[in-house]
Design a protein around this ligand. Sequence first.
Ligand code: B12
Ligand code: SF4
Length: 478
Amino acid sequence: MISANRERDPSPVFPLGLAYLAGPLREAGHATRLLDLCFEADAPAAVRRALDEEPPDVVLVSIRNLDNVTWPSSRSYVDGVREVVSLCREQAVVVLGGSGFSLEPVTLLAATRAHCGVIGEGEDVLPHLLERIGAGIPLQGLPGVVVAGDGLPASPRVPASVGTPSRSLFDVSRYLKEGGAANVQTKRGCPFGCVYCTYPVLEGSRVRTRPAADVVRELRALVDDHGVDYVEFCDDIFNFPEPAARELCEAMIADGLRLSWSAFVNPGHLDPELLDLMVRAGCDAVELGTDSGSPAILRSLGKSFTVEEVRRSSRLCRDAGVATAHYLLFGGPGENDGTIAESVALMDELAPDAVIVMVGIRIYAGTELHAVALREGVVSEGQSLLEPVFYPAEPDLRRIAERVAGEAGRRRTWIVPGLDVNTSAGVLEMLRRRQQRGPVWKVLAQRSRWRGRAAHADPEGRRERGPGPAVPAGSRPG
Ligand code: B12
Ligand code: SF4
């Protein structure tokens, strides 16, 4: 198993997808070895070494990201994957998978010349796929399996129930040290229909929750066996469905876990009782997938909540002392100076700890935004989206970016990774060295609050310039 992800911004992310596959592979009787390329100085050399040491029959390459989804400073990871596959494909059958692969399966197989791949979750189908590879039986017909040279599979992927990952082959503590957290998934699937979003494409639109007791057992093992004291829940939305979120928080409180955590929160489904439970269960930071402060843009993006709900949830978090970041996405259908001003005004009013801003929306096949982009001629029929294409088209995008950069530059808490507003790779490195916990924006907000207090308390009036600059913070709906 090779984790091909080498991205370290906004922080290195533990390869949870492969940890989910390790258990089912072991149970099916396969001997597995892991090569995680994240911290390797020379990735091709590490691949060559691993192939020499224990020549494999099959290499499973996990592709989490295709690119950093950041306009205009876009970084594609496809060349890196191509290189890994080319080193392996002469000696072994190469199987691709992961969210990056699932978004562009046919083009990625063609670009890398891997043998086959799995769209979506791998737990259930992978043992069957390996059995067929071993027996030399054709691979076609297995759900979600794509074979090089064929088109998309006739049999769609089948979403399974969500189990527990197996971390025994992985370096959990390195990710805790350098990434600031361990990651845990409590459910899969999102029933909402935001026009640009891939999450329902990747995980399906039916929510499948894990039993709260299973999640607590996993958290307990992370604390006891790996010394984990901070978790980032990586669910699309932590607080939906609310009963499941409540049940999980109650189980965490009952277990007495000594753990802090953060999660992605939908502004439309947060009430005081749930937030209170979350805080008592250890939540100290939330990321609100607000997208816009304009009612018209919320509608055009297909969001399920209103501006008033954003106000309410943001104030609830502030009053509960939970660090809060709003994610904004500029450039949706109908964005103009007026709608940009509405978003700016809302953020000024709510004054969250951080506002993380993306300008331009990456277009993915299978989303409603793709259909809009086709209609408007932003992309053409059959155009590959393996390399990122953003909505709207360039002249409009540049105009919006200029306006947003101007507004963001005047605000200390706004972080615009693509436009280098309040971002600094140096600060990111420093935070890693100091082994701070939690999302990077939260650590920066804490630093700036502390600096504010220190400046206040200093009779000489000596002050450091705060708040610290921020760092690439990750684009994420939710
Ligand atoms: C949580 C999350 C984050 C969090 C992570 C926090 C943490 N500590 O984990 C944060 C906000 C930090 C983040 C950051 C980024 N993210 Co993100 N993130 C996600 C999210 C919502 C969940 C990922 C996850 O952990 N899933 C749970 C695991 C278990 O699922 P999985 O990895 O997909 O694995 C399953 C299958 O894919 C498959 N599988 C996996 N590997 C393999 C291999 C083989 C061989 C097979 C057969 C199957 C298989 O089986 C697994 C088990 O079922 C996804 C969207 C989504 N819903 O998937 C985006 C997503 C993965 N992120 C994405 C991106 C782009 C990024 C950033 C680059 C954004 C940025 N500019 O900062 C960074 C990169 C960070 C890094 N160092 O890699 C994109 C990737 C697509 C793309 N265009 O490249 C996604 C898909 C969102 C999107 N835009 O659609 N992210
Ligand atoms: S943006 Fe959030 S709520 Fe909307 S579809 Fe995506 S994951 Fe679901």
